[in-house]
Design a protein around this ligand. Structure first.
Ligand code: GLY
Length: 401
């Protein structure tokens, strides 16, 4: 057995022993999250992942493959590329250990071309804000700020003033009637890049674009019960709404779990940035329909309307996104409702810690579903689940300070 294989086996045994210790530490009955144990578990998993990174331009761990053990690696151009460096920045923030900053810097730098190459879709926000945005927040280094500003200007070129939203996918995607204008609910998250840039040296128009997108989406993307359509197609010349459909959900009229989580997170963030009470009211409405329909352990099935429930896969990433959002939303609403949201968020974290750790690989969470209709990344681990789980833990930690 060569030394490299021996080293990998040793690392994998460390992964398993920490995992067992942590499972014993958490309990759904006791909703206090064991932050120290979770931080140790997360660092151990990240160490394991780092030890396997290939020396290749595809070196960003995106999701765990069907063998349940190995990572699928992608290049900086993949839509999920910013979550990995974001995880490393959060590891630095959670642990205070400089080694994570070094790794975060290494992977963040790889993404720099994204801000200067022609924009290929709305995901530029996920890619650059989670990497360079966190980098600037935690280091204050000017070079990071400049990249975020360049990315915001680039994302803004996708805005269509006749519609009032950003074009999410500037290419032919099935059912989107290309070259008409499409907007997906996921796009709400990427408004944060524009708001931030408008307040940190970028143009005022970035703020106006973000507000227009949020308002237009509020008017066109939701059913009467405030559950979200995944995608809306608009006439690119007149702005008329053509249709409301799904791409990643079970059906056009179903509530796709991660789509609703993007709405909850998105409108909470838009309220933070605008302080417009219309958005606060809306954030609560899109949250309440989601909370009302959750299963007992607070981790949704991938789509709330899949008729195969309870024999349908979960989406732990949606639970992580919502937990993170609720730790913020609970601070904006009246105390009584805030206490309910906060308790729910704590229970979600406790549930994820107790039942949804990754199993047999070096990711953090398992049972994440990426694109069910496509048959890809179902019931596995995906880097955005891990990213929002770490963010939720940090927000939880900061609330207790
Ligand atoms: N398109 C981003 C997602 O899968 O949620």
């Amino acid at each position: 057995m060569n030394n490299r294989i021996k080293q990998l086996i040793a690392i994998k045994s460390i992964c398993v022993s920490v995992l067992v210790t942590v499972s014993a530490c958490s309990s759904l009955r006791n909703t206090v999250i064991n932050l120290e144990a979770e931080t140790a578990y997360i660092q151990n998993q990240l160490e394991c992942t780092l030890s396997d990174i290939p020396n290749d331009k595809r070196n960003i761990p995106r999701s765990v493959l069907e063998d349940g053990r190995s990572w699928k690696y992608v290049s900086y151009q993949d839509w999920t590329s910013g979550f990995w460096s974001g995880e490393l920045w959060y590891a630095y923030e959670l642990s205070g250990q400089a080694k994570w900053k070094e790794q975060a810097e290494r992977f963040t730098k790889e993404l720099k071309p994204l801000a200067y190459e022609p924009v290929i879709d709305h995901d530029l926000g996920f890619q650059v804000f989670n990497s360079f945005g966190n980098a600037f927040r935690l280091t204050g280094e000017e070079s990071y700020r400049r990249v975020v500003l360049a990315a915001a200007d680039s994302l803004a070129t996708l805005f269509n003033p006749k519609v009032g939203t950003i074009l999410s996918w500037p290419r032919s995607v099935p059912n989107m009637e290309w070259p008409q204008h499409n907007t997906i609910i996921d796009n709400m998250i990427n408004l944060e890049l524009l708001f931030w840039a408008s307040k940190n040296g970028g143009a005022d128009s970035l703020y106006t674009i973000a507000v227009s997108h949020a308002k237009t989406t509020m008017a066109n993307h939701f059913r009467n019960d405030y559950s979200s359509y995944h995608a809306v197609v608009y006439d690119k010349e007149t702005g008329r709404r053509i249709k409301q459909v799904t791409h990643q959900g079970f059906a056009d009229n179903s509530m796709w779990a991660r789509g609703q989580s993007w709405a909850i997170y998105g409108y909470t963030m838009v309220y933070r940035e605008t302080k417009d009470p219309v958005f606060l009211d809306f954030a609560q409405k899109v949250t309440d329909v989601y909370l009302d329909r959750l299963p007992k352990d607070l981790v949704p099935y991938w789509d709330f309307d899949d008729p195969k429930i309870p024999n349908a896969p979960r989406d732990a990433s949606a639970a992580a996104v919502v937990a993170s959002a609720l730790f913020e939303l609970c601070q904006y609403v009246p105390a009584e409702k805030g206490a309910v949201y906060r308790k729910k968020a704590e229970l979600m974290l406790a549930s994820l810690a107790e039942h949804y750790h990754a199993d047999g690989n070096s990711a953090i969470l398992g049972q994440v579903t990426g694109h069910y209709p496509n048959g890809t990344e179902i019931n596995t681990s995906i880097n955005y689940g891990d990213y929002y789980y770490m963010e939720a833990l940090l927000r939880y930690k900061n609330l207790w300070k």
